[in-house]
Write a protein that binds this ligand. Structure first.
Ligand SMILES: *[C@@H]1O[C@H](CO)[C@@H](O)[C@H](O)[C@H]1NC(C)=O
Length: 644
């Protein structure tokens, strides 16, 4: 029972085959069964979720199915772990074999899974607490999650949500579900060839179930009893787990069997927010267009002492005088390409941000075209890790180019920090948080071997690629800035109002956040309440809107900052555009207050830790977008000045 070793080392050695495996399209590799064939039922971890009674998620820890306190029946010769992809392990899947006997087409009623289990009072307490916290069982039959059926009145469709409840709370008393009605939809492809196309489980609490057969005969009685199983926390309890199987012929084909699981919740909200963001973006582009197209051109023309008339004719003489007076940006032309403070840090951040940006963009694009279907468990996370690794090259190159333009000379540090700073921070935090999970005996703790694999991938592939990229960047000739930098720095007038660093960050950060916050809600509920996220089309559009908004807002802000004769634009551009991360973090706190409530401080710590980590990565990524946009902008506008 050595978990995941095989697949973990596989991931390291056979990257290419993993990629090929990760990219199979859903519905290409069906399994055909004949009547009477054994269809394996595999069990995954137990996860916290919401219920009708309680819309908050109350825990962040998942538990192994064979955690001794549950007393679920193991297979006769012990459960075995199924091999999984790296991403699947990281996201908590722990899939094991089970003793359920499902024979295709053969209905069974009231079978015992194994002999009666004795549950001591301590275990009963543990299980009751998990029932209070709405824990769900997660089964997989033929790769398809066993779900419960829901009805969405908005779209008038029935959809399945993976997982079914461990128990339910009735009148403040937890009832354990010990009987499962398993409804399996199967589809006939050819004579005596069938495929599994849908799984529903209706769990029940049936007290008084009892095994009556012996040996291989697992017959039981009492499955339809309506007397619930209430676990006493004072004495030993006896529980018999039972199940019934009903095979239902279905017209759903294998290719579409996932459709019911990939339900788009509240499509209207997505569209609404998308249109909302699109309007904001239009407005912004209009503003930036005005600034760039009219004011700037006018400024440049005047500054270059060109004949003003020609341009006035073009623009129709309608430039407000107010904007013109503001345009002090040309005064700082001798300072604007002065390297910022801490050039090394900024270059390293931009390099890492570029890497994250590429990874996110490509992952979402792959997901949109359908490569990363949830039917292939963990493929999303696996692909993210691989892309991040590969884009180390781009990150290294970007950081070297930026550093070169800052005329930096600590090249050795740059080569080392670019591939190590952010990954070390992320991994360090991850490691510490994992210790918490591990201390809670949760199955969510990432196994040590998997950690080693990740460090291995990073060290063997990502670091060399990044250094290679930095080397290429380093070898590029120094790009001369369009205007010369003066010897003596200009005095900067004190800034006021919204141009001070903090207010400007708050202002610029809110619009990119506005572009993504609806999707953020759904991503969070998929992360913390184990729902499937499958709205990549929306996410793709939001990502695009977010990029445009970040860039436009940062450019506008930097234009005003330069007009106020402040030439420290580099950090300002990075920080103000990255400030949307502050909103993301604040939003995660709000989400906590609304949707989650943890009974232990470790849960809260874990949530805060991961939120802070994600927000920081978001900061680096969106900051980079703003920095690059302003970089282009500043080079453009000063490039069109004719100084001297
Ligand atoms: C099994 O049960 C289902 C659901 O009750 C029913 O539709 C189906 O006909 C049954 N199959 C057999 C072989 O009896």
């Amino acid at each position: 029972m050595r978990p995941h070793d095989s697949s973990a080392s596989l991931a390291l050695v056979l990257l290419s085959s993993k990629l090929a495996h990760a990219f199979y399209l859903p519905g290409i590799t069906p399994t055909n069964y004949r009547v009477g064939d054994l269809v394996p039922l595999n069990v995954n971890h137990l996860t916290p979720s919401q219920s009708d009674r309680d819309t908050q998620t109350r825990s962040v820890f998942s538990f192994d199915y064979y955690h001794p306190a549950f007393h679920f029946c193991p297979p006769e010769d012990g459960p075995e772990y199924l091999s999984e992809s790296l991403g699947s392990i990281l996201f908590g899947d722990r899939i094991q074999t089970s003793p359920f006997q499902l024979h295709l087409g053969k209905n069974e009623t009231c079978k015992a899974v194994c002999d009666e289990q004795v549950m001591e009072s301590r275990d009963a307490k543990f299980v009751n607490k998990r029932i209070w916290q709405n824990y769900n069982l997660n089964w997989l039959i033929d790769g398809l999650p066993a779900g419960q059926a829901y009805y969405d009145p908005a779209t008038e469709t029935e959809y399945y949500q993976p997982g079914f409840a461990l128990g339910e709370v009735v009148d403040e008393t937890p009832h354990l579900h010990n009987h499962y009605d398993i409804l399996i939809d199967y589809h006939q492809v050819r004579a005596d060839q069938y495929r599994v196309v849908g799984i529903l489980v209706e769990p029940q609490s049936a007290g008084g179930t009892r095994r009556i057969g012996s040996g291989d005969d697992f017959s039981a009685e009492g499955c339809s009893s309506d007397q619930p199983v209430v676990l006493s926390e004072k004495s030993n309890n006896k529980v018999t787990y039972t199940y019934s199987v009903y095979w239902r012929p279905s017209s759903t084909s294998f290719a579409t069997r996932w459709d019911k699981y990939l339900h788009v919740y509240d499509a209207k909200i997505h569209w609404f927010s998308l249109i909302n963001s699109a309007v904001i973006v239009m407005f912004l582009i209009g503003m930036v267009g005005t600034v760039l197209g009219r004011t700037l051109r006018k400024d440049i023309a005047r500054y270059n002492r060109l004949d003003q008339l020609g341009l006035d004719d073009l623009n129709g003489n309608s430039v407000e005088d107010g904007i013109q007076e503001d345009s002090g940006w040309k005064l700082v032309h001798g300072d604007v390409f002065r390297p910022p403070k801490n050039p090394l840090l900024l270059a390293v951040l931009v390099g890492n941000g570029t890497q994250l940006f590429m990874m996110a963009g490509f992952t979402i694009a792959f997901a949109v075209v359908g490569f990363l279907s949830p039917s292939n468990r963990g493929s999303l996370a696996t692909v993210m890790i691989l892309l991040y690794t590969v884009f180390g090259f781009v990150g290294g190159y970007a950081s070297a180019r930026v550093y070169k333009s800052f005329r930096g000379d600590k090249w050795k540090q740059l080569f080392i920090y670019t591939p190590s700073a952010l990954p070390a921070l992320v991994f360090g935090t991850f490691f510490l948080l994992n210790l918490l999970v591990w201390a809670r005996q949760s199955s969510g703790a990432v196994p040590f071997t998997t950690m080693l694999v990740i460090v291995g991938i990073w060290f063997v592939i990502s670091v060399p690629l990044s250094i290679l990229g930095s080397w290429f960047g380093f070898r590029q000739p120094q790009a001369e800035p369009p205007v010369r930098t003066n010897q003596i720095p200009r005095q900067i007038p004190p800034s006021s109002g919204y141009l001070r660093p903090f207010p400007s960050m708050m202002l610029v950060g809110i619009l990119p956040f506005g572009a993504i916050f609806v999707e953020l809600y759904f991503i969070m509920s998929s992360l913390w309440s184990s729902r499937i996220y499958y709205m990549f089309g929306f996410l793709f559009l939001c990502y695009g809107l977010m990029i445009v908004t970040s860039a436009a807002c940062a450019i506008l802000m930097i234009y005003f900052v330069l007009c106020a004769e402040n030439y420290h634009w580099q950090w300002r551009a990075f920080g103000s555009s990255g400030a949307s991360a502050g909103y993301v973090f604040a939003y995660s706190l709000l989400y906590w207050a609304r949707m989650l409530s943890f009974s232990s401080w470790t849960g809260g710590m874990l949530y805060l830790g991961y939120s802070a980590l994600l927000s920081f990565m978001w900061f680096v990524m969106s900051g980079t977008i703003g920095f690059v946009a302003c970089w282009v902008f500043v080079h453009r506008i000063y490039g069109s000045l004719k100084v001297d």
